[in-house]
Design a protein around this ligand. Structure first.
Ligand code: ATP
Ligand code: FE
Length: 373
């Protein structure tokens, strides 16, 4: 299969052409970093205008790089939600126009599912390098049940994915996402985020501080220790950082380091809880979890990755992580999510007539079945 994936749910206009053997044939992204710097975040109207301005060129760049024409595509897949409604519509309209004009199957993709699945593509590609006879179908059938930690700008969730590709939500944030917290901390510390964004700027500063090896008395409390569920909270930690900044007696690097340590530790405690919950028998989840997957923009954080490695090892799970570049929004993950679904359910079951469809700003990935307090 060769699928074009289109993504405009937030601030990146992205398109990619992907083949079902895991090869990326062409990809193109137009970022809105300058607009975000100007407004101190994503402003939906401005983001929509920027998407509208870049969508056509982004799609044709991806197709050109892949050196294929629209007619050679097996499907056009687009993010239909969740995300910013105004932005989602730009991608949706471009995708549906292409599909209708050229008579190509149209597929709707769930943005969070795409984040969750993209690591599989790289796993498949590397397996095929080792053994060229390994066929895609085998890889798709082998999907082990997994705990997925989805940590992005807009989301912060612990999810269980079963063998059939269904999802159950074990927990989520009760206030802000961890990505938002990183962005906020970057602003509080007045870091230069040009060209990289808040999260990487905080991570870099924390790493520099750690290298200096100075002692520090600054430790932020880990959120929600009173609760034994899988929910997360970052509002309190944000406030603690603000107070530390206002106090004026700490280095910026010291604050960044202490914040990242507490933010990651909190996620680790919740992830461990989710693994225990899935094994507890309290939920009728069928097979035991065999994998731990992390995805979304914050998954590129190296502290988080190494902490997850420890947890995975402790619970005898395989850790599955996408390459850093594909943790944030991209077109590849949209095309790949569509390909996995086509392999599983068949193109004809999935293809829909885009005329009369509407984007979905809110769209839960699955039912909530997490522990109570
Ligand atoms: P959603 O997918 O929920 O709609 P989004 O698409 O805006 O949200 P992503 O593009 O997946 O989110 O991720 C962006 C977020 O990831 C930002 O909040 C950014 O600060 C954070 N982030 C990126 N790199 C890092 C890093 N190295 N460390 C911490 N946070 C990071
Ligand atoms: Fe995203």
């Amino acid at each position: 299969w060769i699928v074009l994936g289109i993504e405009t749910s937030c601030d990146d206009t992205a398109a990619a052409v992907v083949c079902s053997d895991g090869r990326i044939l062409g990809e193109s992204v137009a970022k809105q970093d300058e607009l975000n710097d100007l407004y101190g975040g994503v402003k939906p109207g401005a983001a929509r205008d920027a998407h509208a301005q870049h969508i056509e060129a982004t799609i044709s760049n991806a197709l050109e790089q892949a050196a294929i024409s629209v007619e050679q595509l097996d499907a056009v897949a687009v993010t239909m939600g969740p995300g910013l409604e105004l932005c989602l519509r730009v991608g949706f309209h471009a995708a549906s126009a292409l599909a209708v004009q050229h008579g190509i199957p149209f597929l709707s993709v769930h943005h969070l599912e795409a984040h969750c699945l993209v690591a599989n593509m790289f796993r498949l590609a590397s397996r095929q390098q080792e053994d060229p006879r390994a066929v895609a179908e085998d890889a798709f059938q082998e999907q082990a049940p997994a705990i997925v930690l989805l940590v992005s700008g807009g989301h912060c969730q612990l999810i269980r994915r079963d063998r059939q590709g269904h999802y159950e939500v074990y927990g989520g944030t009760v206030d802000d996402s961890i990505g938002e917290a990183f962005d906020k901390v970057a602003r509080l510390l007045q870091l230069d985020v040009a060209g990289c964004g808040g999260g990487p700027a905080v991570e870099r500063l924390a790493a520099e501080w750690a290298l200096e090896g100075k002692a520090s008395s600054l430790v932020f409390p880990i959120p929600m220790r009173k609760y034994r569920n899988c929910n997360m909270s970052y509002a309190g930690l944000k406030t603690a950082v603000r107070l530390a900044v206002e106090k004026g007696s700490f280095d910026k690097g010291e604050i960044a380091f202490a914040f990242q340590a507490a933010a990651v530790k909190h996620l680790m405690e919740r992830t461990a809880r989710a693994i225990e919950w899935s094994k507890s028998g309290a939920v009728d989840s069928g097979d035991h979890v065999r994998e731990l997957t992390v995805c979304g923009g914050v998954a590129s954080n190296q502290q988080l990755r190494s902490a997850l490695q420890d947890i995975a090892q402790k619970h005898a799970l395989d850790l599955v992580v996408p390459p850093v570049k594909y943790c944030t929004d991209n077109g590849v993950m949209i095309a790949w999510a569509a390909i996995e679904k086509i392999e599983r359910y068949g193109l004809h079951t999935l293809q829909v007539d885009p005329r009369g469809l509407e984007v979905r700003a809110r769209w839960p990935l699955g039912k909530y079945v997490g522990p109570g307090r």
